[in-house]
Design a protein around this ligand. Structure first.
Ligand code: HEM
Ligand code: HEM
Length: 183
């Protein structure tokens, strides 16, 4: 099933979840690595080119994901009301952090007035050219990327707790979809 149902994640939401999770972790690792590169390193230009290009494509996919969840609402988290509330808070916080990280990334790149080049496909023009913006946006981008990773770790531990301790369907329904067996 492509669409979500009140109890199950459909294929579209599951593909969005796992592919974007991979991309986010990849962007984080690439970001951490690329800021350590020296000017004479052969990746000094290439790494940001890829980070920014993939980052913008990612943000378009994130937008599609959010729109998809309007069209096909997500199932409620399983477990006690407290768990459901925590899951909702955690998911919302991760979305919020992702959007701020993307916007900050855009401002780091465009603070000097240059457009964001997304590979050779298209460019997004600068909105604001301002001294100091690059540093401020850089700090926001950096700290929130680390905060996001902390949330991802907690989120993963929570998913594992549901699978191994509570033995409920949380993990299987995000991985395999439909709730078929009681395992
Ligand atoms: C999920 C999305 C993203 C994640 C997790 C992420 C993560 C990171 C991380 C961890 C760094 C290293 C920060 C540091 O230690 O200073 C970084 C740097 C950077 N990111 Fe991203 N990023 C994302 C998306 C984007 C996007 C969409 C753009 C541009 C439109 C972007 C532009 C940049 C730039 C220009 C730097 C270099 C900053 C500097 O030189 O200090 N990022 N990113
Ligand atoms: C960058 C990494 C990740 C992000 C940003 C992320 C984000 C999210 C979000 C926002 C949801 C809510 C559903 C949705 O909007 O699609 C969700 C659900 C879920 N995630 Fe992740 N996730 C990540 C990685 C992981 C990992 C590594 C695991 C487990 C090993 C995992 C397991 C799950 C499960 C089981 C659900 C379903 C929860 C439920 O039924 O309430 N996620 N994730």
């Amino acid at each position: 099933m492509l669409r979500n149902s009140p109890n199950a994640y459909g294929l579209v939401s599951r593909l969005f979840h796992w592919w974007l999770a991979l991309v986010i972790i990849g962007l984080f690792a690439l970001g951490v690595w690329m800021v350590t590169l020296g000017y004479y390193d052969s990746w000094y230009q290439k790494a940001p080119h890829w980070h920014v290009g993939i980052g913008i494509v990612f943000s378009l996919l994130l937008l599609l994901r959010v729109i998809w969840h309007r069209i096909s609402p997500k199932p409620k988290a399983l477990g006690a009301p407290r768990d459901q509330l925590l899951a909702k808070l955690g998911h919302t916080t991760m979305y919020l952090l992702l959007w701020i990280i993307v916007v900050a990334g855009y401002f780091i790149t465009t603070a000097d007035g240059s457009a964001v080049a997304v590979f050779d496909w298209f460019e997004i023009p600068a909105l604001i050219k301002q001294k100091g913006l690059e540093q401020t946006a850089g700090l926001v981008h950096q700290y929130l990327a680390y905060a996001l990773m902390a949330f991802v770790v907690i989120h993963t531990l929570a998913a594992l707790k549901h699978h191994f301790k509570d033995k409920d369907q949380t993990m299987t329904r995000m991985w395999r979809g439909g709730v078929k067996s009681n395992r």
